[in-house]
Design a protein around this ligand. Sequence first.
Ligand code: TYD
Length: 411
Amino acid sequence: MKKEFIDLGRQPIANRFLNEDELENEFFYNLKMGLDEETLLVSQMETVEASDMFNENYVYHSSGTETMRNHFDSTAERLNLLFSPDRVLEIGSNDGVFIKHFNKDATVAVEPCSNFAKITNEMGYQTYDEFWNYDTSDKILKEHGKQDLIYAANCMCHIHDIEQAFLSVENLLSDNGVFVFEDPSLMSAYLRNSYDQFYDEHVHLFTVTALNNIFKKTNLEICGVDQINHIHGGTNRVFVKLKNNSKITKDEENINTILADEELLDLDKMAAYEYWAENIQNSKMFLHDMMSALKNKDLKLISYGATSKSTTIFNYCNIGTDLIDYIVDTTPAKQGKLSPGMHIPVVSYEKGWTEDVRGAFLGAWNYSDFITEKEKAFLDRGGFFITHVPEVDIITKPTCVPCGANKDTQE
Ligand code: TYD
């Protein structure tokens, strides 16, 4: 049975940026998260239909930032070196940023957002414009046979019936093959209080503990986990093999260390999630109060990065155009539109990143090191960033201790 631990209120589709004429029919649902007492999986209590989230209007493209392009380049290189796969399948191939590193004749893809499936089909990679399930897996099995590398980035956590999704992988994985999937880490979200990882697409947030429990119901097992701190605010890359595959060694020490860390944090107990819920409620209060106080000083506040994550924050914390003038974002498909739910205008960086901006909420906080480095001139002229991760705070120009003071203390 699933037990609710946080109610984040009425929420829209996080990635659906709207035109004026779409406001009237905007879709909302109630975002509540719960813990399954049997598997210890954290999931939404009420889910949104997959076709309402992933369709021909989907705007998130995986190659949208240099960080993600580099990430997929190095991941493809590493997986090629480690496994030299003959046949490759990517589930959720988006704009092809990962599969472009593999041989077109030996690679297939699955992508339910037809705007993206069209792109990769045109690139020459056969792409099934479908959701990942047993039928799709069976169809690929008949047409292409078993696959040596099955890869999915930020996709498995989107699938409602996760056990069926894993069984569909098992159906298609070659005897010596490997299934590699990456998704935001629940442990990272918990430690950073980045509760904005909860939004419609993230039907589940995985701990390794929960994944282990779910794989027990299949013939698959985890053989290693990479913890990647700088991707999507903390990502786990999970390596999975068939239980009777002896060609790939299981890294027991690596897996047990992560399981022990999760246990240490009590992520297998409801009490930890109730404690998290209190932190989330406090964070909401502090953020709203701080932004209101800054706005009362007549400062121009905007948001930096029109992210899905910030949709949760703005709607849960009730932050609208009364506090934020607009959002700047480099993605052309989001520009000229209104943010989901709170309807804050999204403008291009060139148009919105002007000298009169005093404070910018870090919607893309997962790029905070990159952004604060890039925007040194903004900090130098007295600008500041507002963040809620790991706690509500403002980030100003770094100050350093004068050399003279250092000298005194050394003597
Ligand atoms: P992302 O971090 O993938 O967020 P989510 O998964 O929550 O949607 O998206 C980052 C967004 O921020 C993307 O729309 C691009 C934008 N962005 C900028 O506008 N400027 C920047 O310098 C960076 C790093 C990102």
